[in-house]
Design a protein around this ligand. Structure first.
Ligand code: PLP
Length: 426
């Protein structure tokens, strides 16, 4: 108790007398949220990994960041970059390398057009800001990525959240509030759950809504040539917009917006991040063009990713962690309260296993978690070690008492990776 008081005294003492209350209120809320009141430890900043430690933290799911074609393309472009013109992407048209990339991407995704953005965040915020208005209801899955929520805010629209992966809940809201924009992720970034896309498309069509699917975690990973879940399900013509971060399977720094020619040109010249923020470097674009080819031929990597994910999920399930919601390469241990997640993080890291801790605002409050992102190159031995360590810490962190574990007894786990029909099964 004395220690807690001291930590709070320290934080509050740092408050500058000149700091207005609207700022000190927010800053203090941050300190309250992000540090363990018992120990003062930061929620995100744990140990630094040592050599040999296992890190399931990267979104480079296919493990292509170091691929010689991708690195080679980036290096070659960098070496020719002395005359690179740094400017907003709206000034890039015609034969420009950005347009070459965008055309190849559209072709691959069975779309009319794509637009390269600086990041997945910019793509989502810019797109929603361009297509919604304050009068338009924006229907969001409760687990939709924060950038989609921010896009709704940027448009001044009223967010209308529906229950996670629950088409019935969405339909009721649409019946009540009318035509609008529906925002979903194909694979959700902290739970690894998969969106029932066919149902979402049906509702969007039935009520004349615009459906936006964020494919950040499925692009490159799902489909015969990694073309994502919308294409793989044959829905390319029925989904108005797709977006994706290129910082996952594309192992770079960028984002895309995918849609009809008419809409994509409009968004290019209407979206604020597109107009008012500088575009992507030539060497990144060269890397993306090379990565696309590696990804198209990456069936062996996709298969390895699926095997690795299934293996770890099954191991965690056997030990008694509830990862049954996950159907993909993302799976999370969910202690709930922030201080419990810090305890789990410490227990894992001190034994050489690193995941990514997530807390509010990335998760709902009291639903903080440690996320494991599996990749194609992690070895079976490393995954066994992860499972061993998880088994070892289970009692240390009192996982039996987590809400996510106790809930497990009421639900049937169904470990399953998304298997595209029927191509990847070979
Ligand atoms: C589903 C989803 N959309 C968008 C983003 C934002 O992407 P970026 O990191 O490229 O800004 C992320 C990244 O965490 C994400 O998981």
């Amino acid at each position: 108790m004395i220690r807690i008081e001291k930590i709070w005294r320290d934080v509050l003492m740092q408050t500058k007398a000149t700091e207005p209350s609207f700022l000190s209120g927010r800053v203090n809320a941050y300190y309250q949220r992000s540090k363990d009141p018992r120990t003062g430890e930061h929620f995100i900043e744990g140990l630094s990994p040592a050599e040999g430690d296992i890190q399931l933290v990267s979104n480079d799911y296919l493990s292509i960041a170091g691929h010689p074609d991708v690195r080679g393309a980036r290096i070659a472009a960098l070496e020719q970059s002395e005359n690179e013109m740094l400017r907003s992407g709206v000034f890039r048209f015609g034969e420009d390398s950005q347009c070459v990339f965008e055309e190849q991407m559209a072709d691959w995704l069975s779309a009319e057009s794509t637009l390269l953005s600086q990041s997945g965040w910019s793509a989502n915020v810019g797109l929603i800001q361009s297509i919604a208005t304050p009068e338009v209801p924006v229907y969001l899955d409760m687990f939709a990525h924060m950038s989609l929520w921010e896009g709704a805010k940027s448009a001044g629209a009223t967010p209308r959240p529906f229950r996670h992966n629950n088409p019935g809940s969405l339909e009721k809201l649409v019946q009540k509030h009318g035509q609008g924009v529906i925002l979903v992720d194909s694979i959700y970034s902290t739970s690894g759950t998969i969106c029932p896309l066919n149902d979402m498309v049906d509702i969007a069509e039935r009520y004349g809504c615009i459906l936006v699917v964020d494919e950040s975690h499925s692009l490159g990973v799902v489909g015969e040539r990694g073309e994502g879940m919308v294409s793989d399900l044959g829905l390319a013509d029925r989904v108005a917009f797709r977006t994706a971060s290129l910082s996952k399977a594309f192992a770079g720094r960028g984002g895309i917006i995918v849609g009809s020619k008419r809409h994509v040109e409009y968004v290019k010249y209407e979206s604020f991040p597109s107009i008012f923020s500088s575009g992507v470097h030539d060497y990144d674009i060269a890397g993306f063009i090379a990565a696309m080819e590696v990804i198209k031929k990456g069936n062996a990597r996709r298969e390895k990713l699926r095997d690795n994910s299934d293996f770890l999920r099954q191991q965690l399930d056997k030990i008694g962690f509830d990862v049954s919601a996950s159907q993909a390469q993302i799976m999370s241990l969910v202690p709930g309260p922030e201080c419990e997640t810090i305890r789990l993080r410490n227990a894992l890291e001190s034994r050489g296993v690193f995941g990514s801790p997530f807390c509010a605002p990335a998760t709902p409050k009291n639903r903080s978690l440690v996320r494991f992102s599996v990749n194609a190159s992690v070895t079976r031995a490393s995954l066994e070690k992860v499972a061993e360590v998880c088994a070892e810490v289970r009692d240390v962190v009192q996982a039996d008492q987590w809400l996510s574990t106790t809930k497990k007894s009421r639900t049937r786990p169904q470990p399953k990776f998304y298997v595209p029909e029927p191509s990847l099964a070979m």
